[in-house]
Ligand binder design. Structure first.
Ligand code: MN
Length: 238
């Protein structure tokens, strides 16, 4: 018996910004969060390119899920490069991407930037992605503690993005288990709500829709300076 994925998603501009440059896709086997950068309207265009390029993987025959995800990210990268070349207003636009494809009871991940994927398993929260940020690099080098990184004025500086240049997403696979719950989110959630509160919400709200709404609410209670996007995906036997 194969695993079934059920999802709920929510995306919100937050309390400060007038536009929402985040984009999300939650399908039968694929979930994606993309956080556009580059200002209005370029950021929104870039994150939509990611969704457009990855969506065909949902339900398509899969050869190798991580290869397929990486190829789709490269296609989004090509669309962004072409758009940037054609329109000076779009030059420099880019986006994060965090995507998970369910295939043969395995989760294939592709990731660039500072959106995140968390796995809640047996009541424990694991961050499956590593932020491509200046502060994460400084944490890795021992210059900052994780707590200092959370408050650092440059914490939103992303070191890698889908922006038309040379890139390879970080990819990997994890065996999925019944009862697993995934959270994909943009930094508008994880910058202002800490892992402990995120984990508590994932445990406290079994109903997926209530859960994503609660996560957005937690970001609002923290001031929601950025766009907030969350996808919750639950895995069960058919
Ligand atoms: Mn953001």
């Amino acid at each position: 018996m194969t695993l079934i994925m059920r999802t709920a998603d929510a995306s919100d501009p937050g309390l400060v910004r007038s536009n929402n440059e985040d984009a999300a896709y939650a399908g039968d086997r694929l979930v994606v969060v993309a956080d556009g950068i580059g200002g209005q309207p370029a950021g929104e265009v870039a994150s939509e390119f990611v969704i457009r390029a990855l969506r065909p993987l949902d339900g398509a025959p899969v050869v190798d899920p991580t290869t397929d995800l990486a190829a789709a990210v490269e296609e989004a990268n090509r669309l962004i490069r072409e758009a940037g070349g054609a329109d000076p207003a779009s030059t420099g636009m880019g986006t994060t991407v965090t995507a998970v494809l369910l295939h043969d009871d395995r989760l294939a991940l592709a990731h660039i930037g500072d959106s995140r994927c968390y796995l809640l398993r047996d009541g424990r929260l694991h961050q499956l992605t590593r932020d491509d940020t200046l502060v994460q690099g400084l944490v890795d080098e021992g210059v900052l503690t994780p707590e200092e990184a959370r408050r650092h004025p440059q914490r939103s500086v992303v070191t890698r993005a889908v922006q038309g240049g040379d890139l390879m997403p970080a990819v990997g696979t994890v065996a999925a288990e019944p009862g697993d719950r995934l959270l994909l989110c943009s930094d508008g959630l994880s910058d202002v709500v800490d892992d402990a509160a995120i984990g508590q919400a994932l445990i406290a709200y079994p109903d997926r829709q209530h859960c994503v709404e609660q996560l957005i609410k937690l970001a609002h209670q923290a001031g929601a300076p950025d766009n907030v996007t969350a996808i919750v995906a639950d895995f069960s036997r058919a």
